[in-house]
Design a protein around this ligand. Structure first.
Ligand SMILES: Cc1cc2nc3c(=O)[nH]c(=O)nc-3n(C[C@H](O)[C@H](O)[C@H](O)COP(=O)(O)OP(=O)(O)OC[C@H]3O[C@@H](n4cnc5c(N)ncnc54)[C@H](O)[C@@H]3O)c2cc1C
Length: 284
Protein backbone atom coordinates (compact mmCIF):
# COMPACT_ATOMS: atom_id res chain seq x y z
CA UNK A 1 0.00 0.00 0.00
CA UNK A 2 0.95 3.64 -0.32
CA UNK A 3 0.85 5.47 3.00
CA UNK A 4 1.02 9.22 3.62
CA UNK A 5 1.86 10.33 7.17
CA UNK A 6 1.10 13.97 7.92
CA UNK A 7 3.05 14.79 11.04
CA UNK A 8 2.66 17.88 13.22
CA UNK A 9 5.25 18.40 15.95
CA UNK A 10 7.83 21.20 16.11
CA UNK A 11 10.62 19.00 17.51
CA UNK A 12 12.00 16.06 15.52
CA UNK A 13 13.48 14.54 18.71
CA UNK A 14 10.07 14.52 20.42
CA UNK A 15 7.98 11.52 21.31
CA UNK A 16 5.91 12.29 18.22
CA UNK A 17 9.04 12.37 16.11
CA UNK A 18 10.11 9.00 17.51
CA UNK A 19 6.69 7.44 16.96
CA UNK A 20 6.60 8.72 13.41
CA UNK A 21 9.94 6.98 12.79
CA UNK A 22 8.62 3.80 14.38
CA UNK A 23 5.59 3.90 12.08
CA UNK A 24 7.64 4.58 8.95
CA UNK A 25 10.07 1.74 9.70
CA UNK A 26 7.27 -0.70 10.49
CA UNK A 27 5.42 0.15 7.29
CA UNK A 28 8.51 -0.01 5.10
CA UNK A 29 9.48 -3.35 6.64
CA UNK A 30 6.19 -4.72 5.29
CA UNK A 31 6.93 -3.40 1.82
CA UNK A 32 4.60 -0.40 1.93
CA UNK A 33 5.60 2.83 0.23
CA UNK A 34 5.64 5.71 2.70
CA UNK A 35 5.71 9.46 2.23
CA UNK A 36 5.80 11.94 5.11
CA UNK A 37 4.55 15.52 5.18
CA UNK A 38 6.41 16.95 8.18
CA UNK A 39 4.51 20.19 8.48
CA UNK A 40 6.91 22.10 10.73
CA UNK A 41 9.93 21.00 8.69
CA UNK A 42 8.11 22.09 5.53
CA UNK A 43 7.35 25.49 7.09
CA UNK A 44 3.70 24.87 6.34
CA UNK A 45 1.60 28.04 6.11
CA UNK A 46 -1.43 27.34 8.25
CA UNK A 47 -3.64 30.37 7.73
CA UNK A 48 -6.06 30.77 4.86
CA UNK A 49 -5.74 34.21 3.31
CA UNK A 50 -5.75 36.14 0.05
CA UNK A 51 -2.31 34.82 -0.92
CA UNK A 52 -3.82 31.33 -1.28
CA UNK A 53 -5.67 32.46 -4.38
CA UNK A 54 -3.20 34.06 -6.77
CA UNK A 55 -5.81 34.33 -9.51
CA UNK A 56 -8.09 36.43 -7.29
CA UNK A 57 -7.56 40.14 -8.02
CA UNK A 58 -5.81 41.86 -5.10
CA UNK A 59 -8.69 44.24 -4.47
CA UNK A 60 -11.38 41.53 -4.71
CA UNK A 61 -13.30 40.59 -1.56
CA UNK A 62 -12.13 37.18 -0.32
CA UNK A 63 -14.91 34.62 0.13
CA UNK A 64 -12.81 31.58 1.16
CA UNK A 65 -15.11 28.78 0.00
CA UNK A 66 -15.90 30.41 -3.36
CA UNK A 67 -12.23 31.24 -3.90
CA UNK A 68 -11.25 27.67 -3.04
CA UNK A 69 -13.78 26.31 -5.55
CA UNK A 70 -12.61 28.62 -8.31
CA UNK A 71 -8.93 27.91 -7.65
CA UNK A 72 -9.41 24.14 -7.49
CA UNK A 73 -11.44 24.06 -10.71
CA UNK A 74 -9.03 26.30 -12.58
CA UNK A 75 -5.90 24.61 -11.24
CA UNK A 76 -4.70 27.83 -9.60
CA UNK A 77 -4.29 26.66 -6.01
CA UNK A 78 -0.81 27.39 -4.68
CA UNK A 79 1.95 24.87 -5.34
CA UNK A 80 2.23 23.76 -1.71
CA UNK A 81 -1.48 22.90 -1.60
CA UNK A 82 -1.37 21.17 -4.99
CA UNK A 83 1.56 19.04 -3.80
CA UNK A 84 -0.42 17.86 -0.74
CA UNK A 85 -3.48 17.09 -2.87
CA UNK A 86 -1.28 15.03 -5.18
CA UNK A 87 -0.01 13.07 -2.15
CA UNK A 88 -3.57 12.46 -0.94
CA UNK A 89 -4.58 11.11 -4.34
CA UNK A 90 -1.43 8.95 -4.39
CA UNK A 91 -1.93 7.44 -0.93
CA UNK A 92 -4.15 4.45 -0.12
CA UNK A 93 -3.89 5.35 3.55
CA UNK A 94 -3.63 8.73 5.26
CA UNK A 95 -2.26 8.94 8.80
CA UNK A 96 -2.51 12.19 10.76
CA UNK A 97 -0.04 12.18 13.63
CA UNK A 98 -0.02 14.82 16.36
CA UNK A 99 0.08 15.61 20.08
CA UNK A 100 -3.33 16.46 21.53
CA UNK A 101 -3.20 20.20 22.12
CA UNK A 102 -6.21 21.75 23.78
CA UNK A 103 -8.28 18.68 22.99
CA UNK A 104 -7.62 18.90 19.29
CA UNK A 105 -4.89 18.98 16.68
CA UNK A 106 -2.13 21.60 16.63
CA UNK A 107 -3.02 24.73 14.62
CA UNK A 108 -0.52 23.89 11.89
CA UNK A 109 -2.36 20.65 11.13
CA UNK A 110 -5.77 22.31 11.25
CA UNK A 111 -4.36 24.82 8.78
CA UNK A 112 -3.19 21.97 6.56
CA UNK A 113 -6.76 20.67 6.47
CA UNK A 114 -8.22 24.14 5.92
CA UNK A 115 -6.02 24.77 2.91
CA UNK A 116 -5.64 21.31 1.36
CA UNK A 117 -9.21 20.02 1.69
CA UNK A 118 -10.37 22.35 -1.07
CA UNK A 119 -13.89 22.99 -2.35
CA UNK A 120 -14.55 20.57 -5.19
CA UNK A 121 -11.91 18.21 -3.83
CA UNK A 122 -12.90 17.41 -0.24
CA UNK A 123 -16.22 19.22 -0.01
CA UNK A 124 -18.82 20.57 -2.39
CA UNK A 125 -18.64 17.29 -4.31
CA UNK A 126 -21.61 15.49 -5.95
CA UNK A 127 -25.23 16.26 -6.65
CA UNK A 128 -27.69 17.72 -4.17
CA UNK A 129 -31.22 16.47 -4.75
CA UNK A 130 -34.11 14.94 -2.86
CA UNK A 131 -32.18 11.64 -2.83
CA UNK A 132 -28.60 12.74 -2.21
CA UNK A 133 -26.94 15.49 -0.27
CA UNK A 134 -23.66 15.60 -2.10
CA UNK A 135 -20.94 12.96 -1.98
CA UNK A 136 -19.82 13.11 1.62
CA UNK A 137 -19.78 11.05 4.82
CA UNK A 138 -18.47 7.83 3.33
CA UNK A 139 -18.61 8.99 -0.28
CA UNK A 140 -16.52 11.55 -2.12
CA UNK A 141 -13.14 12.04 -3.72
CA UNK A 142 -11.27 10.01 -1.12
CA UNK A 143 -13.71 7.08 -0.88
CA UNK A 144 -12.06 3.67 -0.89
CA UNK A 145 -9.03 4.92 1.01
CA UNK A 146 -8.30 4.48 4.70
CA UNK A 147 -7.36 7.06 7.32
CA UNK A 148 -6.22 6.90 10.91
CA UNK A 149 -5.00 9.15 13.72
CA UNK A 150 -1.87 8.62 15.82
CA UNK A 151 -2.28 10.84 18.87
CA UNK A 152 -0.30 11.40 22.04
CA UNK A 153 -2.04 12.87 25.09
CA UNK A 154 -0.74 14.07 28.43
CA UNK A 155 -3.89 12.91 30.23
CA UNK A 156 -4.64 9.44 31.54
CA UNK A 157 -6.77 6.95 29.64
CA UNK A 158 -9.31 6.98 32.49
CA UNK A 159 -9.64 10.75 32.16
CA UNK A 160 -10.76 10.12 28.56
CA UNK A 161 -13.14 7.26 29.35
CA UNK A 162 -16.93 7.43 29.16
CA UNK A 163 -17.24 9.16 32.53
CA UNK A 164 -13.82 10.80 32.56
CA UNK A 165 -13.63 14.52 33.20
CA UNK A 166 -11.98 15.27 29.84
CA UNK A 167 -14.82 13.68 27.93
CA UNK A 168 -14.61 10.41 25.97
CA UNK A 169 -11.73 10.32 23.52
CA UNK A 170 -14.07 9.13 20.75
CA UNK A 171 -16.19 12.23 21.24
CA UNK A 172 -13.20 14.54 21.30
CA UNK A 173 -11.81 13.04 18.11
CA UNK A 174 -15.21 12.86 16.38
CA UNK A 175 -14.83 16.22 14.62
CA UNK A 176 -11.57 14.98 13.09
CA UNK A 177 -12.54 11.36 12.43
CA UNK A 178 -16.06 11.99 11.22
CA UNK A 179 -16.09 15.68 10.28
CA UNK A 180 -12.72 15.84 8.52
CA UNK A 181 -11.81 12.30 7.39
CA UNK A 182 -15.10 10.47 6.88
CA UNK A 183 -16.62 13.59 5.28
CA UNK A 184 -14.52 13.41 2.07
CA UNK A 185 -14.92 9.63 1.95
CA UNK A 186 -12.19 7.93 3.98
CA UNK A 187 -12.86 4.73 5.87
CA UNK A 188 -11.64 5.81 9.30
CA UNK A 189 -9.85 3.32 11.52
CA UNK A 190 -10.01 3.49 15.30
CA UNK A 191 -7.35 5.92 16.49
CA UNK A 192 -4.05 4.98 18.08
CA UNK A 193 -3.81 6.98 21.29
CA UNK A 194 -0.84 7.05 23.67
CA UNK A 195 -1.85 8.39 27.07
CA UNK A 196 0.29 9.85 29.90
CA UNK A 197 2.70 10.80 27.16
CA UNK A 198 4.65 13.34 29.21
CA UNK A 199 5.63 10.80 31.84
CA UNK A 200 7.26 8.14 29.72
CA UNK A 201 10.30 6.16 30.72
CA UNK A 202 12.18 3.89 28.30
CA UNK A 203 10.00 0.86 29.11
CA UNK A 204 6.85 2.91 28.60
CA UNK A 205 8.12 4.15 25.26
CA UNK A 206 8.98 0.65 24.11
CA UNK A 207 5.50 -0.58 25.04
CA UNK A 208 3.87 2.21 23.05
CA UNK A 209 6.20 1.64 20.10
CA UNK A 210 5.34 -2.05 20.04
CA UNK A 211 1.62 -1.30 20.19
CA UNK A 212 2.07 1.09 17.27
CA UNK A 213 3.99 -1.50 15.25
CA UNK A 214 1.02 -3.82 15.76
CA UNK A 215 -1.36 -1.21 14.37
CA UNK A 216 0.89 -0.62 11.38
CA UNK A 217 0.91 -4.36 10.67
CA UNK A 218 -2.90 -4.43 10.58
CA UNK A 219 -3.42 -1.20 8.70
CA UNK A 220 -5.00 -2.98 5.73
CA UNK A 221 -7.24 -5.26 7.80
CA UNK A 222 -8.42 -3.29 10.85
CA UNK A 223 -12.17 -2.75 10.54
CA UNK A 224 -13.06 0.93 10.19
CA UNK A 225 -15.29 2.75 12.65
CA UNK A 226 -18.78 1.88 11.36
CA UNK A 227 -20.01 5.40 10.72
CA UNK A 228 -23.33 5.56 8.95
CA UNK A 229 -23.36 6.54 5.29
CA UNK A 230 -25.21 9.71 4.61
CA UNK A 231 -26.94 8.61 1.40
CA UNK A 232 -27.74 5.05 2.49
CA UNK A 233 -31.24 5.84 3.70
CA UNK A 234 -30.40 6.25 7.39
CA UNK A 235 -30.85 10.03 7.17
CA UNK A 236 -33.80 12.13 6.11
CA UNK A 237 -33.12 14.52 3.24
CA UNK A 238 -32.91 17.51 3.39
CA UNK A 239 -32.97 17.75 7.20
CA UNK A 240 -30.09 15.21 7.41
CA UNK A 241 -31.46 13.85 10.68
CA UNK A 242 -31.01 10.22 11.59
CA UNK A 243 -34.31 8.43 11.13
CA UNK A 244 -36.02 7.63 14.42
CA UNK A 245 -35.57 4.13 15.76
CA UNK A 246 -32.32 3.24 14.03
CA UNK A 247 -30.17 3.81 17.08
CA UNK A 248 -29.45 1.27 19.77
CA UNK A 249 -31.25 1.80 23.00
CA UNK A 250 -29.44 4.42 25.07
CA UNK A 251 -27.40 5.81 22.19
CA UNK A 252 -27.16 9.57 21.96
CA UNK A 253 -24.85 12.31 20.78
CA UNK A 254 -22.03 11.42 18.41
CA UNK A 255 -22.58 7.68 18.96
CA UNK A 256 -25.80 7.93 16.93
CA UNK A 257 -23.71 8.13 13.79
CA UNK A 258 -22.02 4.74 14.10
CA UNK A 259 -23.94 1.60 13.41
CA UNK A 260 -22.32 -1.55 14.77
CA UNK A 261 -21.23 -2.57 18.20
CA UNK A 262 -17.68 -3.65 17.48
CA UNK A 263 -14.92 -1.92 15.56
CA UNK A 264 -11.92 -2.80 17.64
CA UNK A 265 -8.58 -3.50 16.08
CA UNK A 266 -7.14 -6.99 16.50
CA UNK A 267 -4.90 -5.61 19.24
CA UNK A 268 -7.82 -4.20 21.22
CA UNK A 269 -6.68 -0.68 20.38
CA UNK A 270 -8.71 2.43 20.92
CA UNK A 271 -12.46 2.09 20.98
CA UNK A 272 -15.06 2.91 18.37
CA UNK A 273 -17.93 5.31 18.88
CA UNK A 274 -20.12 2.41 19.79
CA UNK A 275 -17.78 0.96 22.35
CA UNK A 276 -17.78 4.33 24.08
CA UNK A 277 -21.53 4.20 24.04
CA UNK A 278 -21.49 0.70 25.46
CA UNK A 279 -19.38 1.85 28.37
CA UNK A 280 -21.73 4.75 28.92
CA UNK A 281 -24.72 2.48 28.94
CA UNK A 282 -23.00 0.05 31.29
CA UNK A 283 -22.09 2.76 33.75
CA UNK A 284 -25.29 4.84 33.59
C1 LIG B 1 -0.28 23.65 24.02
C2 LIG B 1 -0.48 22.31 24.67
C3 LIG B 1 -1.78 21.86 24.87
C4 LIG B 1 -2.00 20.59 25.41
N1 LIG B 1 -3.28 20.16 25.56
C5 LIG B 1 -3.51 18.92 26.02
C6 LIG B 1 -4.83 18.41 26.09
O1 LIG B 1 -5.81 19.05 25.72
N2 LIG B 1 -5.01 17.16 26.58
C7 LIG B 1 -3.96 16.38 26.99
O2 LIG B 1 -4.17 15.24 27.41
N3 LIG B 1 -2.69 16.84 26.91
C8 LIG B 1 -2.44 18.08 26.44
N4 LIG B 1 -1.16 18.52 26.32
C9 LIG B 1 -0.05 17.58 26.58
C10 LIG B 1 0.43 17.00 25.26
O3 LIG B 1 -0.57 16.21 24.68
C11 LIG B 1 1.70 16.18 25.47
O4 LIG B 1 2.68 17.06 25.98
C12 LIG B 1 2.19 15.54 24.19
O5 LIG B 1 1.25 14.61 23.72
C13 LIG B 1 3.50 14.81 24.41
O6 LIG B 1 4.03 14.47 23.15
P1 LIG B 1 5.45 15.05 22.71
O7 LIG B 1 5.80 14.43 21.40
O8 LIG B 1 5.42 16.55 22.76
O9 LIG B 1 6.33 14.46 23.89
P2 LIG B 1 7.80 14.77 24.39
O10 LIG B 1 7.75 15.92 25.34
O11 LIG B 1 8.74 14.89 23.25
O12 LIG B 1 8.14 13.43 25.15
C14 LIG B 1 7.30 12.93 26.18
C15 LIG B 1 8.07 11.88 26.97
O13 LIG B 1 8.46 10.84 26.11
C16 LIG B 1 9.84 10.59 26.27
N5 LIG B 1 10.39 10.18 24.96
C17 LIG B 1 10.31 10.86 23.80
N6 LIG B 1 10.94 10.18 22.81
C18 LIG B 1 11.43 9.04 23.38
C19 LIG B 1 12.19 7.94 22.89
N7 LIG B 1 12.57 7.86 21.62
N8 LIG B 1 12.53 6.96 23.75
C20 LIG B 1 12.15 7.01 25.03
N9 LIG B 1 11.43 8.04 25.57
C21 LIG B 1 11.08 9.05 24.74
C22 LIG B 1 10.42 11.92 26.71
O14 LIG B 1 11.64 11.76 27.40
C23 LIG B 1 9.34 12.43 27.62
O15 LIG B 1 9.43 11.87 28.90
C24 LIG B 1 -0.90 19.79 25.79
C25 LIG B 1 0.40 20.27 25.63
C26 LIG B 1 0.60 21.50 25.06
C27 LIG B 1 2.02 21.98 24.85
Amino acid sequence: MKVLIVSAHPEPRSLNGSLRDVAVRALEAQGHEVRVSDLYAQGWKSDVDHADFPSLPTEARLAPAAASKQAFESGTLTDDVKAEIEKLLWADVLILQFPLWWFSMPAILKGWVDRVFAYGFAYGVGEHSDKRWGDRYGEGTLAGKRAMLIVTAGGWQEHYSARGVNGPIDDLLFPINHGTLYYPGYDVLPPFVAYKADKLDEAGFQAIAERLRGRMRTLATTPPIPYRRQNSGDYLIPSMQLRAGLEDSGASGFALHAEQAEARSPGGEASSMRSTMDVRAATA
